[in-house]
Write a protein that binds this ligand. Structure first.
Ligand SMILES: Cc1cc2nc3c(=O)[nH]c(=O)nc-3n(C[C@H](O)[C@H](O)[C@H](O)COP(=O)(O)OP(=O)(O)OC[C@H]3O[C@@H](n4cnc5c(N)ncnc54)[C@H](O)[C@@H]3O)c2cc1C
Length: 320
């Protein structure tokens, strides 16, 4: 008998949603994440009095399921509508975590067996069950395995079943993002919503979190475009900082940067979306999910997590 019904690798939006759904159906689940906290690309950082989202900045809801989740968060004071567009009002709601986007992931993780600081190092199919080994050499056996890390990361540790994976899936690539997090000594020039979307070829998104409403002090996250990030990826840290300072300069006005950090997202955005919301192989009790399946957004990851849980519930029903 495996020690647990299911192991989920990755405590981002998709992995947490899968684990929540499975736990609600009575399927015992352990979630492993290599990060120090849950959330993955739903990331929020504190720098002194500043609070900055530095992965996903907002979410939109196109599906009923995600709209219901947002409504639940709103009722509990965790999420709210930020704006209806950045340069102009287009009528579509953009939602944020009122305490930062990461707080939404923390809410999903509440009550689950989530083990952070656990990098899954190997996953091997041993005839009837998975043996999942972490980099501290601890291991767990599970009847079912769900992989929700960006696919190139997932496939680096699944040796035994790798032959069954479609090639397009295992070689799916991601765009990179380099982000600058800058705390300012006075307000930036970003007014209105506090954000600009795709303001230039070099910048994908720039936002002042004081205007956005999550930071006590002015603090900007600037996400460089995929092309800019690719160009500077291997540059020396001081060169990257200098180039980012040039990008942020137009948004500073008379403000100065009092502290800054650079964050590099190697697997920021999947370049293609798989045709179904998850990939599953019943013979190996293996499900692969994440935003590369549901679409390159938080909502896509959420829907993929739901689909993964639904697949596993169906397998369990058949085997009972
Ligand atoms: C800079 C940036 C800006 C974005 N802006 C937006 C936005 O404004 N709106 C929007 O909707 N979406 C945005 N996105 C996309 C959105 O963040 C993602 O689509 C979504 O969060 C992906 O969730 P996920 O669960 O699929 O993956 P992830 O959040 O990446 O979760 C995967 C998890 O797997 C873990 N992991 C990886 N390897 C291992 C291992 N070996 N062992 C254990 N754990 C492992 C990682 O630590 C991670 O926590 C943005 C993304 C980035 C990077």
């Amino acid at each position: 008998m495996a020690e647990v019904d299911c192991v989920v690798v990755g405590a981002g939006m998709s992995g947490l949603v899968t684990a929540r759904q499975l736990a609600a159906s009575g399927i015992s689940t352990i979630v492993f994440d290599k990060g120090r906290s849950v959330g993955g690309r739903l990331a929020t950082r504190r720098i002194g009095a500043a609070r900055l989202d530095h992965g996903a900045q907002f979410v939109t809801a196109r599906s009923e399921a995600f709209a219901a989740q947002l409504s639940d968060w709103q009722n509990r004071g965790l999420a709210d509508v930020w704006c209806h567009g950045f340069e102009r009002d287009d009528g579509h709601e953009r939602w944020i975590g009122v305490n930062g986007m990461n707080s939404l992931a923390k809410d999903l993780a509440n009550g689950l067996d989530v083990r952070v600081d656990h990098r899954v190092f190997a996953a091997a199919w041993e005839d009837t069950e998975w043996r999942v080994t972490c980099d501290d050499a601890s291991s767990v056996t599970a009847s079912t395995l769900v992989l929700t890390a960006p696919t190139p990361q997932s496939f680096s540790f699944v040796f035994e079943a790798v032959g069954t994976l479609p090639r397009e899936l295992s070689s799916a690539d991601h765009d990179r993002t380099i982000a600058l997090l800058a705390v300012l000594d006075r307000p930036s020039t970003l007014t209105g919503s506090g954000a600009r979307h795709e303001p230039s070829d070099d910048i994908a998104f720039v936002v002042d979190h004081a205007v956005k409403g999550i930071s006590e002090v002015p603090a900007i996250t600037l996400n460089a475009s995929a092309a800019w990030s690719e160009r500077f990826w291997d540059a020396a840290p001081h060169e990257i900082e200098q180039a980012l300072e040039e990008l942020i300069a137009p948004f500073l006005g008379s403000a100065h940067i009092v502290e800054q950090q650079v964050k590099k997202w190697r697997f920021a955005t999947p370049r293609a979306t798989w045709s179904s919301p998850c990939w599953a192989e019943e013979k190996f009790q293996l499900v692969v999910a994440g935003d590369a399946f549901g679409g390159p957004r938080v909502e896509g990851a959420f829907l993929s997590g739901l689909a993964a849980a639904e697949t596993i519930s169906q397998w369990c029903t058949r085997h009972r």
